[in-house]
Design a protein around this ligand. Structure first.
Ligand SMILES: Cc1ncc(COP(=O)(O)O)c(C=O)c1O
Length: 393
C-alpha cells in the first residue's frame, strides 16, 4: 500500500490561496501559522491530480455533462463508506454546499420563513438565511462533558412556534460532533411531529476520527428519508475546495423535482469538467488516502490535547469525532474576545477563526484547523505557550 507523506511542508504562498495569501488582508498578519480557513495544507491526492492531467491530454475543454461513471462513483462511495444505499437518480451536482443551502432555501421556503440552526455553527448557516431574508432561529447547543449536545426542548418550542425548516450540521462544525443514531432519531421524531424539512450538511462525513461512525440523517428513518436534502462533497475530504464539486442527495421524488426544476431554470447545477473528473477519481481511489489522512489528523488532535493540558491548561480543546477542526475553549484565560484575538494573532502568532464568527455561543472560543503538517502544529503550540507564559510575567 502506498504511504502518503502528510509531514511535507508545501509552500502555498503566491497561489492566491485564501488561507495563506489571504491572511494578511483578513487578519493583518503574515508571519503567523495559518490555522483558519477549512482547507488542508496537504497535497491534493496524486490520483486526483493525475486524472485532471489525463483529461488535459485531450485538448478540447468544451461543454461536458456528468457521466454515468461519475454518478456511480458517488453511489459506491456513499453506500460503502456510510452504509446508505442511494440511487443515481437521487443525485444532483451542485457547485458548492453553501450555494446548495441557499438554493434549498430559495426552492423550499419564502422570505420571512423561520429557519432553525444549532449555534454555534459554521458561519454561512447564519448569514445565508439572513441574506435571503429568512428569520434565523438560534437553537443553542449545550456543552456536556466537553462535547456539544442538542437542546431538544427549546427546539420543540421553536417547531411548535411555526419553524418548519432546519439546517443540520452533521458532523458538526466547529464542534466535531458525530451525532449518535439515538440523537438523530430523536431529531427525526421531532421533525416528524411538526412536519419539518431538514437540510443536512454532511460535508465533513468522510473525516471521522478514531473509529467514530457517521450516520447520514436521511438514512435513519422513513420520515428523514422523505424530508431531507443531504448535501455532500469530496472537497473537504480530498482538498479540492478550489474545484467546486458538491452534490445533493434527495430520495423523495417530489422534493427532488421541486429542487431540480428550480436549479434548471437558471442552470445553477452546471458543473465543470474538472469537478466531475476530480470527484470521480477521488471516490474511486480514495479509501486508503482518507484512512491515512484521518489517522494523521487524529495524531495532531492528540498532540494538541496533551500539549495544552500540560503546558497551557487554561485552554480546553473539544475533542472532535470528525473534521480536522478543534474548538478551543479559552474562557478560563479570562480575556475579552478582542483580547483573545490579540493574544493569538499578535502574541502567539497563530491565526484561527474567532469563535464569535460562529454565532451566539462562540464567545470565548477559537477554532483551530489541524489539517497541516505536525511541525506546523508544534510551531503553533509553542507560540501559544510562549504567549501564555508571558501573561504571568
Ligand atoms: C459545514 C460546512 N459546510 C459547507 C462548507 C463549505 O462548502 P462549499 O465550499 O462546498 O460551499 C464548509 C467549509 O468549511 C463547512 O464546514
Amino acid at each position: 500500500m502506498k504511504r502518503y507523506d502528510f509531514d511535507e511542508l508545501i509552500d502555498r504562498r503566491g497561489t492566491d490561496c485564501l488561507k495563506v495569501d489571504g491572511m494578511k488582508k483578513a487578519y493583518g498578519v503574515d508571519d503567523a501559522v495559518p490555522m483558519w480557513v477549512a482547507d488542508m495544507d496537504f497535497r491534493t491526492p496524486d490520483f486526483v491530480l493525475e486524472a485532471i492531467r489525463q483529461r488535459c491530454t485531450h485538448e478540447i475543454l468544451g461543454y461536458t455533462f456528468p457521466s454515468d461513471n461519475y454518478y456511480q462513483s458517488i453511489v459506491d462511495w456513499v453506500t460503502k463508506r456510510h452504509h446508505w444505499k442511494i440511487e443515481k437518480e437521487y443525485l444532483t451536482f451542485l457547485p458548492g454546499v453553501v450555494p446548495g443551502l441557499a438554493h434549498c432555501l430559495n426552492a423550499f421556503t419564502k422570505p420571512g420563513d423561520k429557519v432553525l440552526i444549532q449555534t454555534p455553527v459554521y458561519m454561512p448557516f447564519h448569514w445565508v438565511p439572513d441574506n435571503l431574508h429568512r428569520e434565523v432561529v438560534n437553537n443553542y447547543l449545550f456543552i456536556e462533558e466537553g462535547r456539544f449536545v442538542m437542546d431538544f426542548s427549546s427546539m420543540e418550542k421553536e417547531f411548535n412556534n411555526g419553524c418548519k425548516t432546519m439546517i443540520l450540521c452533521n458532523p458538526h462544525n466547529p464542534g466535531g460532533r458525530v451525532w449518535s443514531p439515538e440523537e438523530l432519531m430523536q431529531l427525526s421524531d421531532l421533525c416528524e411531529k411538526y412536519g419539518v424539512l431538514v437540510l443536512s450538511d454532511e460535508i465533513h462525513a468522510d473525516l471521522t476520527l478514531n473509529g467514530a461512525v457517521h450516520t447520514p440523517f436521511a438514512s435513519l428513518s422513513e420520515y428523514a428519508f422523505q424530508h431531507t436534502i443531504t448535501l455532500m462533497a469530496p472537497s473537504k475530504t480530498f482538498n479540492l475546495a478550489g474545484l467546486a464539486t458538491s452534490f445533493s442527495v434527495i430520495g423523495n421524488p417530489a422534493l427532488r423535482s421541486v429542487f431540480v426544476n428550480y436549479l434548471h431554470a437558471t442552470e445553477l447545477n452546471n458543473g465543470t469538467i474538472f469537478a466531475y473528473v476530480a470527484a470521480q477519481a477521488a471516490y474511486e481511489n480514495g479509501t486508503d488516502w482518507v484512512r491515512q489522512l484521518t489517522d494523521y489528523v487524529w495524531e495532531n488532535v492528540l498532540l494538541v490535547r496533551d500539549f495544552l493540558s500540560e503546558q497551557v491548561p487554561h485552554i480546553h480543546p473539544m475533542i472532535p469525532d470528525a473534521t480536522y477542526m478543534v474548538w478551543l475553549d479559552c474562557r478560563e484565560l479570562g480575556m475579552s474576545q478582542k483580547e483573545l484575538r490579540h493574544f493569538f494573532y499578535q502574541e502567539a502568532k497563530v491565526v484561527m477563526n474567532d469563535g464569535t464568527a460562529f454565532g451566539p455561543g462562540g464567545e470565548g472560543f477559537m477554532r483551530m484547523n489541524l489539517a497541516t503538517p505536525r511541525s506546523n502544529v508544534l510551531r503553533a503550540l509553542e507560540g501559544i505557550k510562549c504567549a501564555f507564559d508571558k501573561l504571568g510575567e
